[in-house]
Design a binder for this molecule. Structure first.
Ligand code: CP
Ligand code: NVA
Length: 328
């Protein structure tokens, strides 16, 4: 029997493969219930706090709609909407919010802040992204892979770009937990921290997963079931890093050359938002300054039949709902 009641969700490292699979399967169930109009609310009268120190489109929507579908209500604090960290410590904020809410979504900078919130709030805290991890994203990613392939164990999962950011870290953990073959394709300085790699290697031994790190963009794609990438500059990083990132990571842009080097039915995933054209303020600024109109992924790949990024984005809703129901 899996019972996750009262548990916080701060990193996938805290969860067993069985528990993760339970969350993915229950996300699948909630998706079917919603799409067939049979969903019953079981979180009636619950109050959910949404605390964001960084902006969001998908994560906020998923928590708000997921809570609403289940009969709960939410209070949203945006990056400038509360006293947190500025005028009131994380610990004091946690004790205040813990007294009023049944669960707290936290998106912020430091993983330690998410841990402290969980420690002092006394209610489940869900990590909606920190500089280090983005665990709720992985539930949606794995649900999407399951829908496309029917299984997770043995999937060859190839990640391009900044492999030591929150997505690189969480995807690597998720992959080894679920027995996948994880490949990070990036210049060496963008590979995940050695300490985390060691931890993941130990998990991989138990789940028959494998970990590979390579600087060769074409060789890395060989036999890939999934090609995944993320932005090259994450929220909270200084604009001054763009120039070096563009130079270092442009050879790792996911183009049709990469897709064609993978399995013929490879799927392309991206947590989004993505820079695949000039239709954003930042995208246009980068084009004006450096001349690149597509960054981590080309528009051709993004729009191709391989791309499942909008199914993946929708799956944020079903998986976050499943997480709230499982832990409340
Ligand atoms: N993928 C993701 O977390 O998107 P948002 O930043 O829009 O929440
Ligand atoms: N690495 C990205 C992920 C966004 C969902 C960021 O932190 O900005």
């Amino acid at each position: 029997m899996i019972n996750l009641k009262g548990r916080s969700f701060l990193t996938l490292l805290d969860f067993t493969p069985t528990e993760i699979r339970y969350l993915i399967d229950s996300a699948h169930m909630f998706k079917q219930l919603k799409l067939s109009g049979q969903e019953q609310p079981i979180l009636n009268n619950k109050s959910i706090c949404l605390l964001f120190q960084k902006d969001s489109t998908r994560t906020r929507s998923a928590f708000e709609i997921g809570a609403g579908d289940q009969g709960a209500h939410t209070v949203y604090f945006g990056p400038s909407g509360s006293h947190i960290a500025k005028k009131e410590s994380i610990v004091d904020t946690a004790r205040v919010l813990g007294g009023m809410f049944d669960g707290i979504q936290f998106r912020g900078y430091r993983q330690k802040d998410a841990q402290d919130l969980a420690k002092y709030a006394g209610v489940p805290v869900w990590n909606g992204l920190t500089d280090e991890y983005h665990p709720t994203q992985i539930l949606a990613d794995h649900l999407t892979i399951l829908e496309e392939r029917g299984y997770l164990k043995g999937i060859r999962f190839v990640y391009y770009g900044d492999a030591k950011n929150n997505m690189g870290n969480s995807l690597m953990i998720g992959a080894v937990k679920m027995g996948m073959h994880f490949v990070a394709v990036a210049p060496k300085e963008y590979w995940p921290e050695k300490k985390l790699v060691k931890e993941c290697q130990a998990i991989a031994l138990k789940t028959n997963a494998t970990l590979t790190f390579t600087e060769d963009p074409i060789a890395g794609a060989k036999n890939a079931d999934v090609i995944y990438t993320d932005v090259w500059v994450s929220m909270g990083e200084s604009d001054s890093v763009w120039q070096k990132r563009l130079k270092d990571l442009m050879p790792y842009q996911v183009s049709m050359k990469i897709i064609n080097a993978a399995k013929p039915n490879v799927i392309f995933l991206h947590c989004l938002p993505a820079f695949h054209d000039r239709n954003t303020e930042i995208g246009e600024k980068i084009f004006q300054k450096y001349g690149f109109s597509e960054l981590e992924v080309t528009d051709e790949v993004f729009q191709s039949k391989h791309s499942k990024v909008f199914d993946q984005a929708e799956n944020r809703l079903h998986s976050i709902k499943a997480l709230m129901v499982a832990t409340l």
